[in-house]
Design a binder for this molecule. Structure first.
Ligand SMILES: Nc1ncnc2c1ncn2[C@@H]1O[C@H](COP(=O)(O)OP(=O)(O)OP(=O)(O)O)[C@@H](O)[C@H]1O
Ligand SMILES: [Mg+2]
Length: 322
């Protein structure tokens, strides 16, 4: 869906983006991860021609974007700006309606779509007549997202969409974001400097450093097969938690003890991670949980120690020499 070929942006001697190439498949969520100043925003803005590259090429849906009119191109690309980028002198309703108005939608259609999105994003309708500074940070970010989703463009670019939020609000909005049906059918490039967020939301992650991509791959690939010492170090501080989140219960299934019958109601473990199971023990202060394999429907009742032991066995099998 998106092909980036040897893309660079130089400002004098500064190489903001330095010869990067990557592809994003349809319906994939690619996260650009990296510390401040590594070139994430510059990369994102070259995808919708808010910035013109010094070298290189971007194709969207097979079309070279440099051959398209920027305003037409942007109709097919939703964009959530860093720090939400709402117009301060426009009401929430006016902010959300900017793109559909450019597209000459009639008032009825705009209103209908606006209310549909407010509901999906858990925003009360009486916010519509307020100005951005009258909203909380979380509400502002939801409005920014609503604005980007209004025209239902197939591609969505998001620059630090959850950047300004406290950890609790952030986790909550991330979870809602993951569950949102509108987003599942989009091709998304999302920028963040937050490792946990990248792992939570990205199908693949491009780790950037000084304008270059140092590694691109699935969260598990970056963790278990780091391309360099830099990648390894970047993830080091949060390594254990990331690993527990990226290993699924089905991955460690064979290392869990053989089933013991218990009366407990099992939970189906489709995509759930080892971390998720640990949280259940913690939240409910219980000794056992019963989990069910999604394909075989086998049920296993396990303790926390059995879970940990299965996880370490899995780990050891994966990387015997460290
Ligand atoms: N218009 C410009 N003129 C000169 N240098 C620029 C310009 N825009 C960006 N840069 C430089 O390019 C580099 C990359 O900037 P960019 O905004 O892409 O970083 P970023 O990864 O988005 O950082 P942050 O996480 O802080 O948002 C920085 O060193 C920045 O100072
Ligand atoms: Mg930025």
């Amino acid at each position: 869906m998106i092909q980036v070929r040897q893309l660079s942006k130089h400002y004098g001697a500064t190489r903001a983006v330095d010869d990067i190439s990557f592809e994003v498949s349809e319906h994939e969520n690619l996260v650009l991860l990296g510390t401040s100043g590594c070139g994430k925003t510059t990369t994102l803005k070259m995808l919708n021609r808010l910035i013109e590259p010094t070298h290189g090429q971007v194709l969207i849906d097979g079309q070279d974007i440099s051959q398209q009119k920027p305003e037409l191109l942007r109709r097919n690309i939703g964009y959530v700006l860093q720090n939400n980028g709402l117009f301060p002198h426009y009401t929430v309703a006016e902010n959300i309606a900017t793109v559909p108005q450019l597209l000459n939608w009639d008032v009825g259609r705009i209103t209908k779509r606006m209310h549909e999105l407010l509901e999906k994003l858990h925003l009360p309708a009486d916010l519509l007549k307020l100005y951005p500074q009258q909203l909380s940070g979380g509400q502002q970010q939801r409005v920014g997202l609503a604005r980007a989703l209004m025209a239902d463009a197939p591609v969505l670019l998001m620059d630090e969409p959850f950047g300004a939020l406290d950890t609790i609000t952030r986790t909550k909005i991330q979870a809602e974001f993951k569950a949102l049906d509108e987003l599942q059918r989009k091709t998304i490039v999302m920028v963040t400097h937050d490792v946990q967020e990248a792992f939570e939301l990205g199908n693949r992650i491009a780790l950037m450093h000084q304008g270059r991509i140092v590694q691109i791959g699935t969260p598990a690939e970056l963790l278990f097969n780091p391309a360099s010492a830099f990648v390894k170090e970047f993830l080091q501080a949060q390594r254990l938690q990331l690993e527990l989140k990226s290993v699924k219960l089905t991955d460690v299934w064979d290392n869990l003890p053989t089933p013991i019958v218990s009366g407990m109601q099992p939970v189906a473990c489709n995509e759930q991670s080892v971390w998720w199971a640990m949280e259940r023990f913690k939240e409910h202060a219980i000794q056992n949980i019963a989990v069910q394999h999604p394909q075989t429907h086998q049920v296993k009742t396990i303790t926390f120690e059995q879970l940990m032991s299965a996880y370490y066995q899995y780990q050891n099998a994966l990387q015997p020499h460290e």
